[in-house]
Ligand binder design. Structure first.
Ligand SMILES: [Ca+2]
Length: 256
């Protein structure tokens, strides 16, 4: 009987988790895009890595653990930025889609190896590749330049109202300079990105996140967790795991 109760609780909680997850539709998966400012030859973009749904994870070698060694990252060199100093990505959703509610840029901040998070990202949208692009929103990024501050982060932009369109343009502004250990101000050369995401529908709560229906888009604009462990499916697995734990805890209480 207790096993049946545990199974029922697990299934009920899992179903609710799946329901929440299903509110979010990642419409950018496996979509094509143009790098209007090219990736580097040393850390190239192979087969649309920025929309494959996978995130960079640390690679352990004899010299330590580093994110930048993961080939999931696409590297951009300052020399290849446009005249405004930005990197620009033009994403094609393949058809006009409605109810686009969030745009995400996943980046690496690994100052110990000279890779710094961008300082700003802005998104624009249009129904025509060569048409007028509407400003959808922007986000400032303020990661530490301390050598020990390695972060795999995500900047999230949520427009004031849902957008309908086919083309999304991400304009990424890299950090210009950093101060080295000996006090010298040096130019930042590298920007590493691993995923560009467009979400359709309502963004679900992430594990541990509290509902905040009255919060502004800006207050909700940074993900509370870094996607350091692979793709979004793992978030669902984490929720399911928490559900199973809750079911076991419930049975434990009934026993005591
Ligand atoms: Ca990716």
């Amino acid at each position: 009987m207790k096993r049946a109760i545990a199974l029922f609780c697990f299934l009920a909680l899992s179903l609710s988790a799946i329901t929440v997850y299903a509110l979010q539709n990642v419409v950018s998966l496996r979509k094509t895009y143009e790098l209007l400012t090219p990736a580097s030859a040393g850390y190239p973009d192979e087969d649309y890595q920025l929309t494959n749904g996978r995130y960079g994870t640390p690679v352990v070698t004899d010299t330590g653990s580093n994110f930048y060694r993961n080939p999931e990252y696409v590297g951009f060199r300052r020399d290849d930025a446009n005249a405004d100093g930005n990197f620009v990505i033009l994403l094609d959703l393949g058809e006009s889609l409605n109810d686009l509610t969030a745009f995400e840029l996943s980046y690496l901040n690994e100052p110990s190896v000279g890779i710094f998070a961008p300082v700003h990202v802005a998104f624009y949208g249009s129904d025509a590749r060569d048409g007028d692009f509407a400003f959808l929103g922007e986000r400032s990024i303020d990661e530490s330049t301390d050598p020990v501050s390695t972060v795999a982060g995500v900047a999230i932009v949520e427009p004031e109202s849902a957008f309908t369109g086919r083309y999304l343009m991400a304009v990424v502004t890299p950090r210009a300079t950093y101060v080295s250990d000996d006090g010298a101000e040096l130019p930042v050369v590298w920007t590493f990105l691993d995923e560009l995401t467009v979400l359709q529908g309502t963004r679900p709560l992430l594990p541990g996140e509290e509902p905040s229906p009255n919060a502004s888009a800006a207050e909700n604009a940074i993900a509370p967790v870094s996607p350091v462990v692979g793709d979004r499916g793992l978030v669902l697995l984490a929720v399911l795991g928490a559900s199973a734990f809750a079911a076991v805890a419930l049975v434990g209480r009934r026993r005591s």
